[in-house]
Design a protein around this ligand. Structure first.
Ligand SMILES: Cc1cc2nc3c(=O)[nH]c(=O)nc-3n(C[C@H](O)[C@H](O)[C@H](O)COP(=O)(O)O)c2cc1C
Length: 368
């Protein structure tokens, strides 16, 4: 069924299809009982898959990667599809449009995508407001949090919902790298009351110079500052993870791991998209027409799994969220065997459709 729908959707521009599909789902979910129907079809609430990781209870380990719901607009609809967690963002302090369109491309021969979105997002203030409203409506206590006190008390409910929300944070394009730490701080403070964990994104290939922030000194400044702020919050610290590029040299990875353990980071998201175009079935002339950007999907799985194995082999105790090329239950098992505790899908969701979560969960339960 989804294959047929996919063939039709793939006739149109990928970015437009993305928003069309999500807006359609939102419209559909407004029909009475539609949310329940969707959950019955797709969600696999299997108690055995519940997992406690960095103090949070994930109803299942299959999450949605950053960049899908950048602005936290479709959380209830995505929750109905059965995701165990959703990472919103990348969010930057100020809203920004991102790169010129077209900036998202399909490579069907490779079951892949190339994107150069460039952190298009509504900015931290609006995204935080949306998250607060979502929590209020979702808990059935729609109310206006007008005073500081009310905002603080609503924040205490962050973990009371079943769906775990990660906040993926970045810097604005116009912010020079030596001031980037301030952007991460702004986003951290802005989202603190509304997300369950944070991911520091320094690995997107689509913001010029961003990946240079993976160098040890720049990274230390950003992460140490966030950990210090974390300790200021009396209601408890939020887990902070770092999302890394699969294109880093192993020596650079070792430096990063050393730093992460030194400042007690909870873990890593491994990995972001790659700039490599190796071993693709898509002809070169088509790739050239597509241009720069991060490659995701099937061609990324071995590269990101190798990186997971390498990091896991260093025995550092960091939790790894596996991202890159998960399409099937077997892919998920391979990631877990490589050293991942939690998983994220993105490109697989586009190619396999909403049943992907239930299928993966069923495979995981059979291998339990
Ligand atoms: C269109 C698109 C936009 C993305 N935007 C972000 C983003 O804003 N921040 C981020 O950390 N990762 C972003 N990613 C990377 C994904 O979260 C994920 O790490 C990557 O696609 C690899 O997983 P996959 O092979 O399952 O797609 C984006 C990916 C795609 C395809």
């Amino acid at each position: 069924m989804y294959k047929l729908l996919r063939n039709i959707l793939f006739l149109f521009d990928p970015e437009q299809v993305h928003y069309f599909s999500m807006n359609f789902m939102r419209f559909f979910c407004k029909i009475p009982f539609a949310n329940n129907w969707l959950s019955k079809q797709y969600a696999a609430d299997i108690i055995q898959l519940e997992k406690k990781v960095f103090g949070l209870t994930f109803k299942n380990p299959v999450g949605l990667g950053a960049g899908f719901d950048k602005n936290a607009k479709y959380l209830s609809e995505l929750e109905a599809l059965g995701f165990g967690f959703i990472e919103i963002g990348t969010v930057t302090p100020l809203p920004q449009n991102g790169n010129n369109k077209p900036r998202l491309f399909r490579l069907p021969k490779d079951k892949a995508l190339i994107n150069r979105m460039g952190f298009n997002n509504d900015g931290v203030v609006l995204v935080a407001k949306r998250l607060r409203e979502w929590r209020e409506t979702a808990s059935g206590e729609k109310r206006v949090a007008s005073s500081e006190k009310q905002i603080a008390s609503s924040s205490k409910r962050v973990a009371s919902r079943k769906l775990i929300i990660g906040g993926n944070i970045g810097k604005n394009k116009s912010t020079p790298n030596d001031e980037a730490w301030k952007d991460y701080e702004t986003c951290f403070r802005g989202l603190f009351d509304h997300v369950d964990y944070f991911v520091v994104n320094v690995s997107s290939p689509n913001t010029p110079g961003l990946r240079e922030l993976q160098q040890k000194d720049s990274l230390k400044k950003i992460l140490l500052n966030l950990q210090n702020i974390n300790e200021e919050y009396k209601d408890g610290c939020k887990p902070i993870l770092l999302k890394i590029s699969p294109d880093l040299e192993r020596e650079a990875i070792k430096d990063i791991i050393e730093l992460c353990t030194e400042i007690n980071l909870e873990g890593l998201v491994v990995s972001n998209t790659t700039i490599s175009r190796e071993n693709l079935q898509t002809p070169n002339n088509e790739l050239q027409k597509t241009g720069d950007g991060g490659l995701s999907g099937k061609p990324l799985i071995n590269k990101s799994n190798d990186l997971v194995k390498f990091i896991h082999g260093l025995n550092n105790g960091l939790i790894i969220i596996g991202s890159g090329g998960i399409f099937t239950g077997d892919d998920a098992i391979e990631k877990i065997n490589s050293g991942c505790t939690l998983l994220q899908v993105w490109t697989g969701f586009i190619y396999e459709g909403p049943a992907i979560i239930k299928k993966i969960c069923r495979t995981l339960i059979n291998n339990h």
